[in-house]
Design a protein around this ligand. Structure first.
Ligand code: UDX
Length: 438
C-alpha cells in the first residue's frame, strides 16, 4: 500500500520505517528541510537502537522515501498518517496548530479517496475537528469547480516507547483503531495485516481516549510507587520488596512500579496535563491526575532535599551526575528529571559534572554550567558525591573500587535504585536509594 506519514519525529519516523519493513511503500514528510536532507542521506536524527540499520535497508529497497512536500505525499498515498507534534500550551492544553495546518494542506491536495489517520496523541474529538477542517477546505475547492473526492478520518494511537520503539511497533500488545466507516476499518486492517496482535476497533473518540487513559494510568502507577517510597523511607520499609510483593498479583503487575526521581519524556508529562485539561473542559475535575502530577514534581524535590541533608553544605561541593537522559537507551532530554534536579543543586552553589552515554549533546544545549565528561572515571575524580539519574546498563559495570579511590567522599545517591543490593555499602560507600527505608 502507498502510505504517507506527515511528521518525521519519533513516532512518525519509527512508524514510517516499520511500515515499510512490513511491505508498504512509505513516504515520510517533514517541513524541516535540513532534517529531510539528512534523512535522505540515511542520517537518523535520534538515537534509537536498530532504527538506522532498518531505515537504510528500506531505503535501499526503495520502499522508504523522504520529502518536504505534503502535496507530493498526498497525491501518491491512499492512507495518510498525521504524526506531527502536539506540544503543551502554557495552560496544559495540547497545541493542535500543526495538526490543523496539515489537515488543511492534505485537503488542498487530495485528488482521490484518502484515509487520514491521526497518530499523534490528541485530545478526544480532534478527529471530528480534522474531519470538519478537511470538509471546509474541500468545499472551497468544489466552489472553484474542482471534482468531488471522498475521504475518511480515523484514529490510530501509537504506544511505542523510546529505546524499544521498533520492537514495540512490530510486536505491540494491541493495535487500536477508531473508525467511522467499513472502508476505513478495512484499509487499516490491511495496513496492519502482517502484525499479529489483538486489534481493538472502536469509534474515533474512544480511540483517542484510550491513548490518554493508557499514558495517564501508567503515570499513575509510577506516582503511586513514588508515594509509597516516601512512606517506606519514613517507616523503615523497602519499596522494592513492596513493589515485588504487590506485583505478583496479576491484577496489579510489577511493571511501572519503580520508584525513583519521577517520570519524564515527551509523553507522560504532556499527556497527563492534556488529560487534566480535557477533563476540566468536559466538566469533570480529574483530581487524581492532578495528584499524580504533583507527586511527580515532589519526588524531584525530595531527592534534592536528601542530597542537601546528607552532604550538609552544598555550596562548592562537586557532584557527578551518572546519566541525564529521561530514561536509558535514548538521547532525549525532554522533561528529563535530571534538568530540574541539577538546576536546584546549582542554585545552592553545587558544581555539577555529568556523564551520559548518548544524551550529552542534547543536554549541553539546555544545561548551563554543567561540565560534561568523556567517561565516568574522569567525572568521578575529586567528586564529593555521585548521583545516579538515569539507569543506563553501562552503569551496572562501573569499577566502583577504582572510583572510590579518586573521589573526595564516597557518597552515592541512587535516584533509580539501580544499585539496590547494597553492594556499594560493602565497598565502603555511603549509599542512599529511593524508598529503601533508610
Ligand atoms: C511512554 C509510553 O510508555 C508509551 O506507550 C507512549 O507511546 C509514549 O510514552 P516513553 O516516554 O518512551 O513511552 O517512556 P517509558 O518507558 O514509558 O518511561 C516514561 C518515564 O517513566 C521515564 O522517565 C521512566 O524513567 C519513568 N518510569 C517508568 C519510572 O519512573 N518508573 C517506572 O516504573 C517506569
Amino acid at each position: 500500500m502507498n502510505i504517507a506519514i506527515v511528521g518525521s519525529g519519533y513516532v512518525g519516523l519509527v512508524s514510517g520505517v516499520c511500515l515499510s519493513s512490513i511491505g508498504h511503500h512509505v513516504m515520510c514528510v517533514d517541513n524541516d528541510r535540513e532534517k529531510v536532507k539528512k534523512l535522505r542521506q540515511a542520517q537518523v536524527p535520534i538515537y534509537e537502537p536498530g532504527l538506522e540499520e532498518l531505515m537504510v535497508g528500506m531505503m535501499k529497497k526503495k520502499r522508504l522515501m523522504f520529502t518536504t512536500s505534503i502535496k507530493e505525499a498526498t497525491k501518491k498515498a491512499k492512507v495518510i498518517f498525521i504524526a506531527v507534534g502536539t506540544p503543551s500550551k502554557a495552560n496544559g492544553d495540547a497545541d493542535l496548530t500543526y495538526v490543523e495546518n496539515v489537515a488543511r494542506e492534505i485537503a488542498a491536495n487530495m485528488n482521490s479517496y484518502k484515509l487520514i489517520v491521526e497518530k499523534s496523541t490528541v485530545p478526544a474529538a480532534t478527529g471530528q475537528r480534522i474531519k470538519r477542517t478537511i470538509q471546509m477546505n474541500l468545499l472551497k475547492k468544489y466552489q472553484q469547480g474542482k471534482g468531488k473526492v471522498d475521504f475518511d478520518v480515523a484514529s490510530n494511537p501509537e504506544f511505542l516507547r523510546e529505546g524499544s520503539a521498533i520492537e514495540d511497533f512490530m510486536k505491540p500488545d494491541r493495535v487500536v483503531i477508531g473508525v467511522e466507516s467499513k472502508m476505513a476499518e478495512d484499509l487499516l486492517r490491511e495496513v496492519y495485516k502482517p502484525i499479529k496482535t489483538k486489534m481493538v476497533v472502536t469509534n474515533i473518540n474512544s480511540a483517542e481516549i484510550i491513548k490518554h487513559a493508557s499514558n495517564s494510568f501508567l503515570a499513575t502507577k509510577i506516582s503511586f510507587a513514588n508515594a509509597l517510597s516516601q512512606i517506606c523511607d519514613r517507616v523503615g520499609a523497602d519499596v522494592l520488596k513492596v513493589a515485588e510483593g504487590m506485583g505478583f498479583d496479576k491484577r496489579i503487575g510489577r511493571s511501572f512500579l519503580n520508584a525513583g526521581i519521577g517520570y519524564g519524556g515527551s509523553c507522560f508529562p504532556k499527556d497527563v496535563d492534556a488529560f487534566i485539561r480535557l477533563s476540566e473542559k468536559s466538566g469533570y475535575d480529574f483530581t487524581l491526575l492532578k495528584d499524580v502530577r504533583q507527586i511527580n514534581e515532589d519526588q524531584k524535590k525530595a531527592f534534592v532535599r536528601l542530597i542537601e541533608d546528607k552532604l550538609w553544605i552544598i555550596k562548592d561541593k562537586i557532584i557527578g551526575a551518572l546519566g541525564v537522559a529521561f530514561k536509558p537507551d535514548t538521547d532525549d532530554m525532554r522533561n528529563a528529571p535530571a534538568t530540574d534536579i541539577i538546576q536546584a543543586l546549582q542554585c545552592e552553589g553545587a558544581k555539577i559534572r555529568a556523564y551520559d552515554p548518548e544524551a550529552a549533546h542534547n543536554a549541553k544545549k539546555i544545561m548551563k554550567g554543567v561540565t560534561f565528561c568523556k567517561d565516568i572515571y574522569t567525572m568521578a575524580k575529586g567528586c564529593d558525591s555521585l548521583m545516579l539519574l538515569t539507569e543506563w546498563d553501562e552503569f551496572t559495570k562501573i569499577d566502583f573500587k577504582k572510583i572510590k579511590q579518586s573521589m573526595r567522599q564516597a557518597v552515592i545517591f541512587d535516584g533509580r535504585n539501580l544499585y539496590h543490593n547494597r553492594g556499594l555499602e560493602k565497598l565502603g560507600f555511603e549509599y542512599y536509594g529511593i524508598g529503601r527505608g533508610v
